[in-house]
Each structure stands twice: as C-alpha cells, then as structure tokens.
Design a protein around this ligand. Structure first.
Ligand code: DAH
Length: 345
C-alpha cells in the first residue's frame, strides 16, 4: 500500500507542476489525468486490491486525489478564460436584459443649454426660493404695493400681509432672484437664475399656472445697452443658429429703464408667417432693459458708479421654438410618448 501512496503523491506533484496555456494542452491534461483511461481512473481501480480494513481510509485519500486533479482542470480552463463557460450552462451568446433608461425632460435639456451658453460668457448660476416675500418679488424690483404693474402678474398668495408681517407668495418671476443676489453680492455681478415661477392663470395650450424662466443680471462699471444687445444676440445665435434675426422693441418694466422686448425671426416658419408668430414672422422671446437706478439704490449700489442690464425669458417658449411644442400642457402631463421623443437630443 505504501507504494500506492507514493504513486499518488508523485502524480499530485506532477499535476501541481502542470502548466497549460493552450486549448490543446488543457485537453491533453484532461485526457491524461481525468479521461476514461486516465491516471485518476487507473489509481481508483487499485481500490479492489486494498485490504478491507484499510478501504475506508484509502477511499478518502483517493477521493481527495480526484478532487485535486479536477480542481487543476478548472484552474487551467479558467486561465484560458473559459472556465465559467465550461463549468456552467449559461449561454453567453444570448442578448443581455435591456435596462430601461429614462430621458431628460425637454425643459431641462433646454434650460441646461441656456445655462451653458451664458456660462461661456462668464455668467454664474444663482438660485432663490420659490416661496418669496413681497419685498423680493415686488417691492425691491420697484413694484410698490399700489403699483399698477402688479396687475400684469396674477399672484398666488401663500399668506396675506398682516400689520406686522409682509405677504408671502409663490414667486411670479425669477426677477426675485436678482434681489436676492444684489442683497448678498457686490458688483461686479454677472449671474443667470433659472427657476420655476407661478401665476394664477387658467391652464390652456398657451398658459399655465407654473412655468420656467431664466433671468440674467449684469452689473459693473460702464455696462451699456450695447452690451445687453450683444449678449442676447450671442445667446440666440448659439441657441438657434447663425441665421436667426433679432429685433428690439421699446417696452415697459418697472425694474428697468429703458426697457425692451426682444423678438427673433420665427423658427417654425422661418419668417414666412404661421400660427405661432401670428403671421408676423417674429416671436417675442424675452423682456430686458437697463437696471432701474431705484433697484440699484434698494441694495446700496451707487447708480452713478454702476450700471447694469437684466433680462428674463421663458424656458417653455424657447423649447417651443426649438422643438415645435405647441401645447404647454404637454410639459407636465408625463406622457411617455411625448417625453421619449427627446431621447437622442
Ligand atoms: N420679470 C419679467 C416677466 O416675468 C421678465 C423680465 C423683463 C425680466 C425685463 C427682466 C427684465 O430682468 O429686465 O415678465
């Protein structure tokens, strides 16, 4: 029996020393040790010569030996990168399970594009609260309590003013963030403020009780109306392409003087005339102007030393012109058929 034990040890050493780096070598190993006429089988065959009283002990030794030979086979197969394939019945040629991937909301896509264009001009992003007090939304922006311009925006009040407390409301425009920024920063100031705003409007294809704006504010020495025009012209060219035309129309906002609205050539009909541009070939996309001296003074900024421009535009309007979305309600209905059209944008 000693002889058999010695043989097992010798074969084990041989197995341990085996190196197999090709399919052929692995197969040769398998045939030599684990094939039907292989060494493991042969040595197992010796069991019949083992005396009965040693059979149990030898059985264990032989089984351990077989495991060593099998483990080596798995090891060299794995070395070829095929171990898993050979030792399981997974079909690696089957296509994988598809993981459903969501899409970005069109308004977020457009907002991100807007932000990245202004960032390239050196504007930083500023944010403010959606629930505002009267001062930041109206008062500071030169819209005192009895100012008729407040009629322009139907406001959702969260809490009416009391003798001691100001009113709280859902902000009606992102101009409130201008106030927040001027309160905490000194010129030069160059920010854009994207965010959601609320107005008490009946929901229809053309109006909604909430929508999104991007506000811009630039205050420094010697900022002129020419800077405003050039900044906005750069923006629309980046957003809509070099062919886009712009025009400025005089307008009125309490927080800017002078004020202007900017139109661009209709992106739907290329200026020929359609429903969106009401057959004029032009669509209004934003309000703007030079920051009113009173607004600067409200925040201790000297209007003799500093000037600035501001603008505000609707994200939905820009998205409408870019993607020809004609019903505002689509943006908030969560209809996958609508949303998935923006997959590859
Ligand atoms: N706040 C205005 C609105 O909601 C838009 C606007 C106009 C913002 C002129 C401005 C501005 O900053 O200068 O209709």
């Amino acid at each position: 029996m000693d002889q058999l034990l010695q043989q097992i040890e010798a074969v084990k050493a041989e197995i341990a020393a085996t190196v197999a780096t090709t399919h052929e070598e692995v197969e040769n190993y398998r045939i030599k040790y684990l094939g039907t006429k292989g060494l493991v089988k042969q040595i197992m065959g010796e069991m019949k010569n083992v005396p009965n009283e040693q059979k149990k002990e030898f059985g264990q030794i032989l089984n351990a030996f077989k495991v060593v030979a099998e483990e080596k086979l798995a090891e060299i197969q794995a070395g070829l990168g095929e171990g898993a394939e050979a030792s399981s019945n997974i079909d690696f040629t089957l296509p994988g399970d598809t993981v459903p991937v969501g899409t970005r909301h069109p308004l977020n896509l457009v907002r991100n594009q807007m932000v990245s264009i202004f960032k390239r001009l050196g504007f930083a992003v500023a944010e403010g609260p959606e629930v505002e007090d009267d001062w930041h939304n109206f008062g500071a922006m030169n819209l005192p309590a009895d100012h008729p311009a407040r009629d322009m925006q139907d406001t959702f009040y969260v809490q009416e003013a009391t003798e001691t407390e100001s009113a709280w409301l859902l902000r009606t425009h992102t101009s409130s963030v201008q106030a927040r920024v001027m309160e905490t920063q000194k010129p030069p100031i160059r920010v854009i403020c994207p965010g959601r705003v609320y107005r008490n409007e009946t929901i229809s294809a053309r109006a909604h009780c909430f929508f999104h704006q991007v506000e811009g504010l630039y205050i420094d020495e010697n900022v002129s109306f020419a800077d405003l025009k050039q900044t906005l012209y750069f923006f629309v060219q980046e957003m809509f392409g070099k062919e886009v035309k712009v025009r400025f129309r005089p307008s009125y906002f309490p927080f800017t003087e002078p004020s202007a609205e900017m139109d661009i050539s209709c992106q739907i009909c290329a200026g020929k005339g359609c429903n969106i541009c009401k057959h004029t070939g032009w669509v209004e996309i934003l309000g703007s102007g030079m920051v009113h001296p009173k607004v600067l003074e409200n925040f201790g900024i000297d209007p003799e030393k500093y000037t600035g421009f501001a603008f505000g535009m609707g994200v939905e309007r820009i998205a409408q012109l870019k993607y020809q979305v004609n019903d505002l309600r689509l943006y908030s209905q969560n209809d996958l058929r609508f949303l998935q059209q923006f997959k590859s944008v």
